[in-house]
Write a protein that binds this ligand. Structure first.
Ligand code: JBK
Length: 261
């Protein structure tokens, strides 16, 4: 997969040289190219922002550097990239979206600083290619760069050959399918007693069926406590008698609309 990133802070993307994504790049599985937006300005100050029409606080990113940058990166490519603009007003970036992006041959990220990019850039490229304005969560960042790091890691680890067999995509907490929308329960390793805290004895029992059931119980308890909104979705996929007992014991109460069909 090819990934282009246009930003006024190319140095921000140094973490993409490290660990899993760094290795994927060195193996040639990921071709990441980071570009300085200011290279497409023409004034001595390399200006990328200006005051907002209509007034208000902060600054807005000018359309011309963005369009020149995006046009240059796209070049005369027959199949243009998918353009992704991180913004708190975007659609939520989820594991489903990551899986969709992982099928693409080419992604172009356009992270903004200040109050965002002049909306006419989105109007122009929304008409010319597939454009997504996406949010990684409901909190305030200083710009879209951190969101790009998050998305490149989430997508990059899904590419064929990037993960080893030991880690694998199949049992991810949010992978649609297998462990669908159940949070992972607690995990333990040696020593069996640490500072007086014991590993739950069932995990040392060698009884694999009992261990699997215990892990599901813990996952259900944790999901009910931390992400109760996910439990309704679980109910639709089918919960067995033991699941319902565990949820009841965790004081989880279904709403009438959860019981439909
Ligand atoms: C946020 O993708 N986001 O979630 C995002 C992008 C740019 C600024 C932001 O505050 N939340």
């Amino acid at each position: 997969m090819r990934v282009d990133i246009i930003s006024i802070f190319p140095e921000y993307f140094a973490p993409l040289d490290v660990s899993l994504i760094g290795k994927a790049r060195r193996k040639g599985l990921l071709d990441i190219r980071v570009h300085q937006l200011r290279d497409w300005t023409h004034d001595v100050h390399r200006t990328v922002d200006d005051t907002p029409y209509g007034g208000g606080p902060g600054m807005v990113m000018k359309p011309e550097p963005w369009s020149e940058a995006i046009d240059t990166v796209i070049g005369s490519a027959e199949t243009p990239p998918r353009l992704i603009v991180p913004t708190p007003s975007g659609r939520p970036f989820t594991q489903e979206v990551a899986l969709e992006y992982a099928k693409e041959p080419w992604l172009l990220f356009a992270p903004a600083r200040y109050e965002g990019i002049d909306a006419r850039v989105m109007a122009e490229y929304g008409a010319r290619l597939r454009l997504d304005e996406v949010s990684i969560g409901d909190y305030v960042l200083a710009g879209g760069e951190a969101a790009v790091l998050v998305m490149v890691e989430a997508v990059g680890r899904l590419l064929p050959g990037v993960l080893g067999n030991a880690e694998s995509v199949a049992d991810d907490s949010f992978a649609p399918g297998a462990m669908a929308s159940l949070l992972e329960g607690p995990v333990y390793t040696k020593p069996p007693v640490w500072r007086g805290h014991e590993v739950p004895p069932i995990l040392l029992s060698g009884n694999h069926a009992a261990i699997a059931r215990w892990r599901r119980d813990e996952a259900l308890r944790r999901t009910a406590a931390r992400r109760p909104e996910l439990v309704a979705g679980l109910a639709r996929k089918g919960l067995d008698k033991r699941d319902l007992e565990v949820l009841d014991d965790a004081s989880f109460r279904f709403m009438p609309e959860d019981m439909a069909d």
